[in-house]
Design a binder for this molecule. Structure first.
Ligand code: NZQ
Ligand code: ZN
Length: 392
């Protein structure tokens, strides 16, 4: 077991109608002039944005709005948001929507607080010394950005998708009403469930310092997400299933499922970020498309964990060799992905990658991780390329 720090300062307000508390929560955390930041318009169409602005009007809290955060949110809008905040004297950010709107809001917060070029943080050139305080109202269960320390932004110039992690970026509060996720397209619901699973799996498939309590939480979380993802395929309006998945999303990425281990593997995410940058695919679908190729490439180097996953999470009979059991676990997870209509390779993801593209992505990925990364198996650029080639 490794030593660890567990820091989850976010106040979670969970359940039906919780968005009605938004003005009180902004006040509680000292906001007097708010930037409401949102995505491509789902919150306008659902009426949520209007309910939020009405609540702020009624409470006498001043605000400005900025929409347009796209999936794989772009740096140019972050710059626009920073300028708007400075011009308007904004002292509090409210992200309303999915991980993209929230990550974009976090980036705006870093830019306003620290000055200089905010991309420096994502380019590992500087560390943030703070962030504007941020609250969120989530409309999709997926990234866990509502409690995580991460923000993932794409720089248009060079199509570079990078994450920056800092405790300063953890939201002050997260309003989570599972009903708000019921307007999601089925594909996005499944993408979200995949991302949630993967945030725990990245921390589970390691070669370092595992802890029984962490494993037990992780395995329960993964089984719960899979069971409820299948319920949502049949009945997208099932409130309890929405709630289970939504809370799992937060717990999956707030650090809980990594306590005591070496920090996790994270290579499926790093490989996916290249797919997101180049082809603008949905993050969860990209993860599903690359995971099987990654797993088959690394499982022999992390066999006890793959075996344990197969038996404890996927329900594989513990008969035969460890390798057989591990491979059955990988196949079982891919079968689950198919049942929730997620891709298991690049073709099914709708991506027709040329070999030149694969070479480019492997190179960018290796640069992004500083040469090599991975705990299940340490991967260098040649390994990354082999995995991309196996995933077409
Ligand atoms: O933009 P709008 O119009 O809101 O539509 C969104 C978008 O098209 C739509 N949507 C969201 N809630 C909805 C809804 N449509 C109808 N009804 C609702 N209730 O769904 C689409 C996806 O939204 P997005 O915010 O992009 O999804 P997600 O939450 O999956 O965020 C993905 C981004 O987060 C990054 C990903 O790489 C990607 O850029 N990640 C962030 C992490 C973090 N901050 O901790 C960790 C993750 O590993 C991930 O990398
Ligand atoms: Zn993710």
């Amino acid at each position: 077991m490794f030593a660890f720090k567990y820091f989850t300062p976010t106040k979670v307000v969970f359940g039906r109608d919780t968005e009605k508390q938004v003005a009180d929560l902004i006040r509680e955390f000292g906001g007097t002039k708010v930037l409401i930041h949102y995505g491509g318009g789902s919150v306008v169409r659902s009426g949520l944005l209007k309910r939020v602005t009405d609540a702020l009007d009624a409470a006498g809290i001043a605000y400005v709005t900025l929409g347009g955060a796209v999936p794989n949110p772009r740096l140019s809008l972050v710059y626009e948001g920073i300028e708007l905040c400075k011009r308007e004297g904004v002292d509090f950010l409210l992200g309303v929507g999915g991980g993209s709107a929230v990550d974009s809001a976090k980036a705006i917060g870093y830019g306003v607080y620290n000055g200089g070029d905010v991309w420096d943080f994502y380019d590992y050139k500087r560390k943030a010394e703070g962030c504007l305080p941020l609250g969120v109202i989530m409309t999709i269960a997926a990234t866990g950005s509502e409690m995580s320390d991460s923000s993932v932004i794409t720089k248009e110039d060079g199509l570079i998708k990078r994450g920056y992690s800092s405790d300063f970026g953890r939201p002050k509060f997260a309003i989570m009403n599972p009903e708000l996720t019921m307007t999601l397209p089925d594909y996005q619901t499944a993408c979200g469930c995949t991302d949630i699973l993967m945030h725990t799996m990245e921390r589970y498939f390691t070669n370092g310092g595992n802890m029984e309590i962490t494993d037990a939480i992780a395995e329960g979380l993964m089984r719960t997400v899979m069971a409820n993802a299948e319920i949502l395929v049949k009945d997208p309006k099932d409130y309890d299933a929405r709630a289970e998945v939504m809370w799992a999303g937060s717990l999956s990425h707030n650090g809980l499922t990594g306590c005591g281990n070496d920090g996790g593997d994270w290579m499926t995410h790093k490989l996916e970020h290249e797919l997101g940058a180049l082809y603008d695919v949905a993050h969860g679908a990209g993860l599903a498309a690359i995971w099987g190729s990654w797993a088959r490439y690394v499982y022999k180097n992390c066999l006890p964990r793959f075996k344990r996953f197969a038996v404890n999470v996927m329900g594989v009979e513990p008969a035969g060799s460890d390798e057989d059991i591990a491979l059955k676990g990988i196949e079982a997870l891919e079968a689950f992905f198919r049942r929730i209509h997620m891709p298991t390779n690049l073709r099914e993801l709708g991506v027709n990658a040329t070999d030149e593209d694969l070479v480019t992505m492997a190179h960018k990925c290796a640069v992004g991780v500083g040469g090599a990364k991975g705990s299940a198996r340490l991967l260098n650029e040649a390994d990354m390329l082999a995995i991309f080639r196996a995933s077409v």
